[in-house]
Ligand binder design. Structure first.
Ligand SMILES: Nc1ncnc2c1ncn2[C@@H]1O[C@H](COP(=O)(O)OP(=O)(O)OP(=O)(O)O)[C@@H](O)[C@H]1O
Length: 256
């Protein structure tokens, strides 16, 4: 096996007296899609923030390509649920903005922005303002903007949670197609069990107080997966059972 692209090594995180994460260890290979599932407050977003360099571990370390992560970098981009687009800039200008620090001519910036907007199916909406786009389209601009930077890793914190089911399915398929082409590594936090099974190569279930990795599930079936087939149902059942296991019977809360 080759060296992992991301190596989370015995990471614990405290906010004041509260231990939010305890001894998290996890290696991620280049090109993998990893989904993190867990009850609200178990530290999923904190884990993403540590990988992205937005927070520092209290103990342990996170390595990206064998180097300790000490700050945020363009190698590892966070894609937020609320898209983070500038409302006064067109779709194309929003993507171009992310490329401003790069050694590219104006024409190259425009071409790269157009290439990624085309990849997410927005070639005919280049000059539209975010307010003129649907939520799904805005999220596609945000995905194009993240991809245009050529990150090695995309961190996704419930990226499609605000979207209707069909838009979510459509974007999940788009994401898989683009990810296959670019071999981007994706670390995804979701409350959506089906989304985790549909997208991920491995799913990590976290238990709370403090957040720990409770179970790792390999999903080896080929993509795109069939949400209706028996294997998919099997994984769904396995994960539901885990949530029974990690929560008291009278407080079970399914976030699907
Ligand atoms: N910057 C911070 N300062 C203090 N406490 C924090 C900070 N960030 C997170 N926490 C606390 O850490 C715990 C875990 O939060 P986190 O957002 O990582 O959980 P989560 O699993 O992503 O939750 P959700 O699914 O609801 O988004 C919570 O109790 C939260 O209040």
């Amino acid at each position: 096996m080759t060296a992992p692209l991301i190596s989370i090594q015995q990471v614990s995180k405290k906010f004041f007296e509260q231990e939010v994460l305890n001894q998290i260890s996890l290696d991620i290979q280049k090109g993998e899609i990893i989904a993190i599932l867990g009850k609200s407050g178990c530290g999923k977003s904190t884990l993403l923030n540590l990988v992205g360099g937005f927070e520092q571990p209290s103990t342990g370390q996170v390595l990206l390509d064998n180097q300790i992560v000490t700050k945020a970098s363009k190698r590892c981009i966070m894609l937020m649920q609320n898209y983070g687009l500038l409302p006064w800039r067109s779709a194309q200008k929003n993507v171009e903005l992310a490329l401003e620090g790069e050694a590219l001519s104006k024409i190259e910036r425009q071409q790269r922005a157009q290439h990624y907007l085309k990849l997410v199916g927005l070639e005919d909406r280049l000059s539209a303002l975010p307010s003129e786009l649907s939520g799904g389209m805005q999220q596609r601009v945000a995905i194009a903007r993240a991809l245009a930077i050529h990150p090695e890793v995309i961190l996704m914190d419930e990226p499609f949670a605000a979207l209707d089911t069909f838009t979510r399915y459509y974007l999940q398929d788009e994401l898989l197609a683009i990810q296959k082409e670019e071999r981007t590594t994706i670390l995804l936090v979701t409350h959506d069990i089906d989304e985790a099974i549909y997208l991920a190569d491995r799913i990590f279930i976290m238990s709370p107080n403090p957040g720990r990795i409770h179970r790792e599930i390999h999903v080896r079936s080929t993509k795109p997966r069939d949400r209706a087939d028996s294997e998919f149902q099997h994984f769904r059942e396995v994960i539901f059972n885990e949530f029974h296991f990690t929560q008291p019977q009278d407080t079970i809360e399914y976030n699907i």
